[in-house]
Write a protein that binds this ligand. Structure first.
Ligand SMILES: Cc1cc2nc3c(=O)[nH]c(=O)nc-3n(C[C@H](O)[C@H](O)[C@H](O)COP(=O)(O)OP(=O)(O)OC[C@H]3O[C@@H](n4cnc5c(N)ncnc54)[C@H](O)[C@@H]3O)c2cc1C
Length: 156
C-alpha cells in the first residue's frame, strides 16, 4: 500500500474528473474544484460525443496508453448504470496512397505490431462494403471525409 495524499484537482473537465476518480480509487483524499456547473458549458469536454482512438502514427507510447485507456472505459461501462463508451468501429480514409512515413501507413504498421485487428481496405472493398460512390478519391479538397454517390458531399 503506497503513501496517501490530500490532493486538490483544479478543473472538472474530462481530465480533472477522471484524474480525481482514479486518485480516489487509489485511496487518496481528493478535492475537485470547478466554478460549475458540471459539466461546464464552456469546457472543451462538454459535448454530446467524443471519439477515442488508438492510431497515432508511429507513436508506440501513445498507442500503449490508449490500450490501457480502453480497458478503463470498459471497466467504467461495467461499473456505471449507463454505458458511456460505445464501440462503433473506426474507419480512416486517406486521400493519398498509404506509404511509409504517412500517418495512416505508420498507424497501420503499429496497430499490426501490437496485435490489433486493423484491416486495410482499397477503394473497391470500401465501395462494396459501405457503398461509397466516390471511394477512389473521397474528395481530397473537402473538409469532410465522406463522399456521396454524385461526388463530394458538402464540399467546401
Ligand atoms: C470541438 C472539439 C472537439 C473535440 N473532439 C475530441 C475528440 O473527439 N476526442 C478527443 O479525445 N478530444 C477531443 N477534443 C479535445 C478534448 O475535448 C480536450 O482535450 C479535453 O476536453 C480537455 O479536457 P480538460 O479536462 O483538460 O479541459 P476542459 O474539458 O475544458 O475542462 C476544464 C474545466 O476547468 C474548469 N476551470 C476553468 N478555469 C478554472 C479555474 N480557474 N478554476 C477551477 N476550474 C476552472 C472549467 O470550468 C472546466 O470544467 C475536442 C475539442 C474540441 C474543442
Amino acid at each position: 500500500m503506497g503513501a496517501k495524499f490530500s490532493i486538490v484537482v483544479v478543473g472538472a473537465g474530462v481530465f480533472g474528473l477522471s484524474s480525481a476518480i482514479e486518485l480516489a480509487h487509489r485511496g487518496h483524499s481528493v478535492t475537485l474544484m470547478d466554478p460549475g456547473p458540471i459539466p461546464h458549458p464552456r469546457a472543451a469536454s462538454t459535448d454530446i460525443s467524443k471519439a477515442v482512438r488508438m492510431d497515432y502514427g508511429s507513436d508506440e507510447l501513445y498507442m500503449s496508453l490508449m490500450e490501457e485507456a480502453f480497458e478503463v472505459w470498459d471497466q467504467w461501462n461495467r461499473e456505471w448504470n449507463a454505458a458511456l463508451y460505445h464501440q462503433d468501429g473506426f474507419l480512416v480514409l486517406s486521400p493519398a496512397e498509404m506509404k511509409p512515413g504517412s500517418f495512416e501507413y505508420e498507424s497501420f504498421q503499429m496497430l499490426q505490431k501490437r496485435g490489433h485487428s486493423a484491416e486495410r481496405l482499397n477503394s473497391k472493398k470500401l465501395r462494396s462494403r459501405w457503398r461509397f460512390g466516390a471511394a477512389e478519391s473521397f474528395c481530397p479538397q473537402s473538409r469532410y471525409g465522406l463522399a456521396s454517390g454524385d461526388g463530394c458531399d458538402r464540399q467546401r
